[in-house]
Design a protein around this ligand. Structure first.
Ligand code: AMP
Length: 427
């Protein structure tokens, strides 16, 4: 079979690499892909943007693609799965209606409270009904969120009432475009963050290996929020008991609620959770796709055939599917361009990739392109170096050996990815 992966980041490199390992797969196309996917055996890039649904569908028909897997949220929220389904092309991901779980935070908060799924208390405002007095009456800190997709930047944690009012006013005034025309203001939750990702097929779900990511740019989980500076799997905080609670209190009621609302969900479903001290799994957000960088370490551990898993979900036969995992831990360190997550440099040549290719582990590309025999940086997050090991600590050592082999001008990365898990291991 021929597979198409839509997207061009590290997650899509990992998805393409994993699909290419399937014996059933002849060839994998990635649209648009990056320099790393172009070099992968059995994989080639198609020069089509991830949000050009017409061109993607025409390509899938022309190349007789049997399975398309969507990486990023943009095309899902825009309805790519509905368009492929109407043309009888198999496409793994949620419909446009189900993808609102990521596309609109106001929709999701209302959905969560209606279905009694644990989440922070909240209120929703537009410019027409914004109420500064409501904000002043809330306990601090407060979290202000733009309703729509804002590339991970639409969340501001505010230590004062006036800064919360200012953040909301800026969003409502258009600082995030249409994404901020509605804002959600919610209670700040303490606890530890966990990513919980399942493959969903209507009411059935199979949990993927657990993982945890680091969203802040700097060591010690400090500095500005980013798309993610590293991730590891498994996440030792997710005990068997917590796993069960998350399935019972979050995943099952979410899938049942979507079904009863008339929007059954198929695809990767990512719950961003804040685990309270009493173990309550509060939903911070849903993503309607695989996480990046969680996909890289999780897929390093996946031993089952990925196209088989996606097809079982599309066929509704997920409950009979057994997913096999490498018992080892995997840990990925994101290498980012200087300046990221703000304005960042591009066009810097990357050295050391050949040396890294001779080391254990795997380097997934994100913001890279090939030019005149060199590989150049093109994005904020450039690479994700993933190590495997018998513990998270051992996986971390292997990942950093890769990182230390690679260099470009003003490269930045954290030195402590996985530290919480490693503290737990040594305790
Ligand atoms: P979100 O896009 O909603 O997941 O928010 C991005 C990040 O902001 C999360 O990963 C958390 O670190 C933080 N965050 C969001 N909502 C809350 C909250 N209610 N309490 C504490 N931190 C939050």
């Amino acid at each position: 079979m021929r597979v198409l992966i839509v997207g061009g980041g590290g997650r899509e490199h990992a998805l393409a690499w994993k699909c290419a390992q399937s014996r059933r797969v002849q060839h994998v196309y990635v649209a648009p892909g990056n320099a790393g996917t172009a070099l992968e055996p059995k994989v080639s890039n198609a020069d089509i943007a991830a949000d050009d649904i017409d061109a993607l569908l025409a390509f899938a028909i022309r190349e007789d693609i049997e399975l398309t897997i969507i990486g990023p949220e943009g095309p899902l929220v825009a309805g790519i799965v509905d368009r492929f389904a109407a043309a009888k092309r198999r496409c793994f991901g949620p419909s446009r209606a189900a993808a609102r779980l990521e596309g609109s935070k106001a929709f999701t908060k209302e959905f969560l409270s209606r279905h009694r799924i644990p989440t922070a208390s909240f209120a929703t405002f537009t410019a027409a009904n914004f109420d500064a007095e409501y904000v002043r009456a809330q306990r601090l800190p407060l979290v202000v969120k733009a309703d729509g997709l804002a590339a991970g930047k639409g969340v501001v944690i505010c230590e004062t009432h006036e800064s919360a009012i200012a953040a909301a006013t800026a969003m409502l005034g258009g600082s995030f475009g249409a994404a901020g025309h509605t804002v959600v203001i919610e209670e700040f939750l303490n606890g530890e963050e966990v990513s919980f990702i399942v493959v969903a097929s209507d009411r059935q779900a199979i949990a993927l290996a657990t993982s945890q990511d680091h969203k802040r740019r700097d060591d010690g989980d400090l500095g500005p929020n980013t798309g993610g500076m590293g991730a590891y799997s498994p996440a030792p905080i997710v005990s068997a008991e917590l796993h069960q609670r998350i399935m019972r209190e979050v995943i099952e009621p979410t899938l049942n609620g979507l079904r009863s609302d008339g929007n059954p969900y198929t695809g990767f479903l990512y719950a961003g959770l804040m685990i309270a001290e009493d173990g309550t799994p509060n939903v911070l957000e849903f993503n309607c796709r695989f996480g990046d960088p969680e996909a890289q370490p999780i897929l390093m551990r996946l031993q089952s055939d990925l196209p088989d898993l996606c097809e079982a979900a599309l066929d509704g036969t997920l409950s009979g599917f057994e997913v096999r995992w490498d018992a080892r831990a995997a840990l990925g360190v994101v290498m980012a361009a200087g300046g990221y997550p703000n304005q960042f440099r591009t066009g810097d040549p990357i050295s050391g990739l050949d040396t890294a290719a001779g080391l254990p582990g795997k380097v997934f590309h994100a913001g890279t392109r090939a030019k005149d025999g060199q590989i150049l940086t093109t994005g904020g997050r450039v690479l994700c170096a993933v190590g495997l090991g018998d513990s998270v600590g051992a996986a971390q050592r292997q990942a950093y050996a890769l990182v230390h082999a690679i260099h470009w001008n003003l490269v930045q990365y954290r030195l402590d990815i996985g530290y919480r898990a490693i503290e737990r291991e040594s305790a």
